[in-house]
Design a protein around this ligand. Structure first.
Ligand SMILES: Nc1ncnc2c1ncn2[C@@H]1O[C@H](COP(=O)(O)OP(=O)(O)O)[C@@H](O)[C@H]1O
Ligand SMILES: [Mg+2]
Length: 243
């Protein structure tokens, strides 16, 4: 059984068919890439998998259990974490405060009152150290560079203890040095057993990091396989040249 199984998923927005009978799977322990021209449905697929969009048809299974009717917080609690193409952090909260947001049920008031357990605070510091943001812990997150915000978002997701993480363009707006750092973190976390499903336009990043690559075009999967084979696939070249 695959970790994540998407079967025949369709999603329409008004006149736009964003997903059309999309089927794919992500294997346990893999780093799986998801590529395709702009508008091919990658973010919509991530939204469906993580509960931010309801599919019109089809199913999504996590370890064999259908999850396509669950809300985002339930899906996160099951072990599926994600980051967003447009980074979602709270710019006026400090780096530390941002780290407490995902685990705080009582909402922002709880974060600001500092009501966290000793273990939780230790874990926050461990994760900030891991992504290299510990010395910035008391800075408002709005002062961070774009790349540092992406690292903070990854650290926030890790607070929930996910078993698979979906990253939507982690390299977007990030300089090459920072992108290499992000790739290093992904590799290390993958070595610890976390599965990754990653949308990224930087081909060097995808080729180096991914065990398997899935290609979408107009809402459906048009190719999949090892990175080299996918890169040479004429259908893939045609999809990119045609857009
Ligand atoms: N909430 C939405 N409302 C209307 N159209 C949307 C919405 N989300 C995505 N789309 C449309 O669906 C198509 C696929 O978008 P998206 O999933 O963001 O593609 P990708 O991430 O591959 O660039 C695009 O044509 C986009 O404009
Ligand atoms: Mg997108």
């Amino acid at each position: 059984m695959s970790m994540l199984e998407v079967e025949g998923v369709s999603k329409r927005f008004g006149g736009i068919q964003a997903l059309q009978g999309c089927s794919l799977s992500v294997e346990h322990g893999s780093v799986t890439g998801l590529i395709g021209p702009n508008g091919s449905g990658k973010t919509t697929l991530f939204n469906v998998v993580t509960g931010y969009a309801r599919p019109d048809a089809g199913t999504v299974r996590f370890e064999g259990t259908a999850i396509d009717n669950l809300p985002p917080d339930r899906i996160l609690a099951l072990g599926i974490g994600r980051t967003f193409q447009m980074v979602r952090i709270f710019p006026r909260l400090t780096v530390l405060e941002n780290m407490h947001v995902p685990v705080r049920r009582q909402g922002l008031a709880g974060v600001l009152s500092g009501a966290s357990t000793h273990e939780e605070r230790a874990r926050v510091l461990d994760l900030l150290r891991f992504v290299g943001l510990e010395r910035l812990k008391n800075e408002p997150a709005g002062n961070l560079s774009f790349g540092q915000r992406r690292l903070l978002e990854i650290a926030c997701v890790l607070m929930a203890g996910p078993r698979v993480i979906l990253l939507d363009e982690p390299g977007g707006g990030v300089n090459p040095t920072m992108l290499r750092a992000i790739a290093g973190h992904i590799r290390e976390l993958n070595g610890q057993g976390i599965t990754f499903f990653v949308v990224e336009h930087n081909m060097g990043f995808v080729m180096e990091l991914c065990h398997r690559v899935i290609v979408m075009h107009r809402g459906s999967v048009i190719a999949q396989g090892d990175p080299e084979a996918v890169r040479r696939d004429p259908a893939v070249l045609e999809a990119y040249l045609g857009e």
